[in-house]
Design a protein around this ligand. Structure first.
Ligand SMILES: Nc1ncnc2c1ncn2[C@@H]1O[C@H](COP(=O)(O)OP(=O)(O)OP(=O)(O)O)[C@@H](O)[C@H]1O
Ligand SMILES: [Mg+2]
Length: 328
C-alpha cells in the first residue's frame, strides 16, 4: 500500500495494482462504518447526508488522523477483497522524512484494520526498486520523489539512503497557491478538482505560457454568483513558481551532499523523477539545467512506488535488509 497525501495505491501480489484513487474515506458518524473510499467517497461530498462525513486523513505525506486512517485501510482491504480474517501481510511506503511517531501511526492503522504483519519501506527506496535500479549494489542511484504533500531527493546505494533532502511540500501546495491567486485576481472560488486540472493543462516549470488559457466556471467570493473566468497559464506559472523552485533547490542539495564516487555515478547514470508531479511540463528540463545532470521522468511516475512495494512483497526474503532501516 502506498497511502499518499493525494492518492492511494494498493497492489496485490501477484495481481498488480488494484486500486489507484484519491486518499479519501466517507464514514458514517453514527456507526463509525466506512461507507466509501476513493472516488466514491469524494462523490459523497456534494450529497448532504448529515451522518456521512468525508475525510482526507493525510497531509504533507503523513497521517493527521490515526483513527480515520485505520478506517481508510480497513475500507481499502474490503474494497480489494481482503477480509479481516485473511490477516494480510502488508508492505507500506513512508516518506523518508516521516517521524518515528508518524511511522508507528501508519503501521498501527494497518494492524488495527486487520493486517497480520506490516513492513514499512521508505518511498525513495521503494521507487528505486520499482524503477529496477541496482539499489543494493555499491553504485549510486539518484531518485527524486515529487508527490502531493511531500518531496524528497535521495541518493541510494547498498540498500540504503546515502544522502537525502526533503520537504513537506508538494503538488497540493501548488493547488492552494493557484486557488489563492485566483481569489485575489478575480475574486472567485474555483473547485479543487478544477484547480488541479488547470495546473496540469497550463502549468510549466519553466514558466512557458505557450499562449494557453482555459475558461472555467466558478463562484464569486462576494455574491456567490456563478461566472466564467478565463484563467491564463501565466497565473498558474506564477502560483507554482515557489514550490517548483524549492523542489529544484532540494534536488541540488541532495546531489551536492554526495560522496565523490557516488557523485560520479550520478553524472554517468543520471537522476530519475517519480511521483505525480514529475509529470509537470518542463520540470525535467529545469532540473537538468540547474543540476547539470541527465534527468529522466519515469514511465507512469506515480505508480513506480506501488510497483516497487509489490516487488518487495514478492521478494521479501532477499530484500529483508532494506526493511530494518525504515522500521524504526
Ligand atoms: N501532469 C501533471 N502536472 C503537474 N502535477 C501533476 C500532474 N499529474 C499529477 N500531478 C500532481 O501530482 C500530485 C500527486 O502525486 P502523487 O500521487 O505522487 O502524490 P501522493 O503519493 O498522493 O502524495 P505524497 O506521496 O506526497 O504523500 C498531485 O498534486 C497532482 O496534482
Ligand atoms: Mg506518494
Amino acid at each position: 500500500m502506498d497511502i499518499g497525501t493525494s492518492m492511494t495505491r494498493v497492489a496485490l501480489a501477484p495481481d498488480g495494482v488494484v486500486f489507484n484513487e484519491p486518499t479519501s474515506v466517507a464514514i458514517d458518524t453514527r456507526s463509525g462504518a466506512v461507507v466509501e473510499v476513493g472516488y466514491g467517497a469524494l462523490d459523497l461530498v456534494a450529497r448532504t447526508s448529515r451522518h456521512v462525513v468525508v475525510f482526507r486523513p493525510l497531509a504533507q505525506g503523513a497521517t493527521v488522523d490515526f483513527d480515520v486512517t485505520a478506517r481508510l485501510v480497513s475500507g481499502l482491504f474490503e474494497r480489494v477483497g481482503l477480509s479481516r480474517l485473511s490477516r494480510a501481510r502488508v508492505v507500506m511506503s513512508v516518506p523518508s522524512l516521516a517521524t518515528a511517531i508518524e511511522r508507528r501511526a501508519l503501521r498501527q492503522a494497518a494492524i488495527q484494520a486487520g493486517a497480520r504483519e506490516v513492513s514499512l519501506i521508505e518511498a525513495p527506496l521503494a521507487a528505486g526498486i520499482g524503477l529496477g535500479l541496482p539499489v543494493q549494489d555499491p553504485v549510486g542511484s539518484a531518485v527524486a520523489v515529487l508527490g502531493g504533500g511531500a518531496s524528497e531527493a535521495t541518493l541510494l546505494s547498498l540498500g540504503g539512503i546515502v544522502t537525502s533532502a526533503t520537504r513537506r511540500q508538494g503538488g497540493s501546495d501548488i493547488d492552494l497557491a493557484i486557488a489563492s491567486l485566483a481569489r485575489h485576481r478575480y475574486g472567485v472560488v474555483i473547485a479543487p478538482t478544477v484547480i488541479e486540472s488547470l495546473k496540469i493543462a497550463l502549468g510549466s516549470a519553466k514558466g512557458a505560457t505557450r499562449g494557453l488559457s482555459e475558461v472555467v466556471r466558478c463562484r464569486t467570493v462576494d455574491t456567490g454568483d456563478i461566472i466564467e473566468v478565463d484563467i491564463g497559464a501565466d497565473l498558474v506559472n506564477v502560483a507554482l513558481h515557489d514550490v517548483v523552485h524549492a523542489a529544484v533547490a532540494m534536488i541540488e542539495d541532495s546531489l551536492s551532499g554526495a560522496p565523490p564516487d557516488l557523485s560520479q555515478d550520478v553524472s554517468a547514470r543520471g537522476l530519475t523523477l517519480v511521483g505525480g508531479q514529475a509529470r509537470m511540463a518542463d520540470l525535467a528540463e529545469l532540473v537538468a539545467e540547474r543540476t547539470g545532470v541527465t534527468v529522466m521522468v519515469a514511465d507512469q511516475p506515480d505508480l513506480v512506488i506501488i510497483k516497487g512495494l509489490q516487488l518487495c512483497l514478492e521478494e521479501m526474503s532477499s530484500l529483508h535488509a532494506l526493511f530494518r532501516d525504515a522500521d524504526r
